[in-house]
Design a protein around this ligand. Structure first.
Ligand SMILES: Nc1ncnc2c1ncn2[C@@H]1O[C@H](COP(=O)(O)OP(=O)(O)O)[C@@H](O)[C@H]1O
Ligand SMILES: [Mg+2]
Length: 244
């Protein structure tokens, strides 16, 4: 088991946002969380990555409680959250961005006096990741000149470069064109063979295609848990979430 959430509760003031959430995720599983806007999906991700602290309940990662750990400490253990908001250094090239991300893995700190590109092993690692994310032909292009879809692919690459053990993807296709969506889904599908992934996504075709297990969140409560097929066949889910 890679992640276990037990009895997670979170309120903002008098608004209950998460209520008694219990979730388990196995290694290399792709788990999807779906639910209407405002259901609490992003808040749940923030509780896992440590951006916000739950009021009660436990977050266990690799069978150890991470309750007392902050975001950086959890990231060091391998919990990686990719953000909806663009978080790239636009002035840097694809290769430079990936090298900086890789340097964290090797505990080599970025140093403007001794340029990073002199570290051959980091350079090779960055090129390998660029290939994994389909950006091998853009190595020397500054991020600002990449299309929106390619920028999001690079963000995924940066997340991977940090050696994650659990990737949290919050609406990775948000704002993408259909063609860009197709590319990023193929990429996530490829990554899902190697990494444990939890994804929040609105496109049900994407979810059915990727997920091993789906949790349905509605107004802070888990109302259903099951395989993609079970979700397709659940009248409750169809009614509450899909509105059909
Ligand atoms: N920092 C915050 N302060 C107060 N309310 C918040 C905060 N973050 C989220 N909320 C509220 O929590 C609820 C769930 O939000 P969110 O987790 O973003 O939902 P989702 O990602 O499923 O759309 C919403 O009603 C939202 O307004
Ligand atoms: Mg959200």
């Amino acid at each position: 088991m890679i992640l276990k959430l037990s009895n997670i509760n979170k309120s903002f003031g008098s608004t209950i946002v998460l209520e008694d959430i219990n979730i388990t995720s196995e290694k290399k599983e792709c788990l999807a969380i779906i639910g209407p806007n405002g259901a609490g999906k992003s808040t749940l991700f923030k509780v896992i990555s440590g951006i916000i602290k739950q009021d009660n309940g436990y977050v266990e990662f690799n069978s150890k409680s991470v309750n007392a750990l902050n975001v950086e400490e959890r990231a060091r253990l391998g919990i990686s959250q990719s953000f909806q908001k663009n978080s790239l250094f636009l002035e840097m090239t694809v290769k430079e961005s990936l090298m900086i991300a890789c340097s964290h893995k090797y505990k080599v700190s970025f140093n403007f006096i001794k340029p990073l590109y002199k570290n051959n092993f980091i350079s090779e690692d960055a090129i390998k990741i660029a290939k994994d994310i389909g950006l091998q032909n853009y190595l020397d292009i500054k991020s600002e000149f990449l299309s929106y879809g390619l920028q999001r692919q690079l963000e995924l690459g940066i997340a991977i470069a940090c050696n994650p053990r659990l990737l949290l993807l919050d609406e990775p296709t948000a704002g993408m064109s259909p063609a860009e969506t197709k590319d990023i889904i193929n990429l996530i599908k490829k990554l899902s063979k190697e990494y444990s992934i939890i994804i929040v996504e609105h496109d049900m075709e994407v979810i059915y295609n990727l997920a091993d297990k789906i949790y349905v969140l509605d107004r802070g409560k888990l109302i259903f848990e099951g395989s993609p097929n079970a979700v397709k066949n659940s009248e409750l889910v169809q009614k509450v979430y899909l509105g059909i």
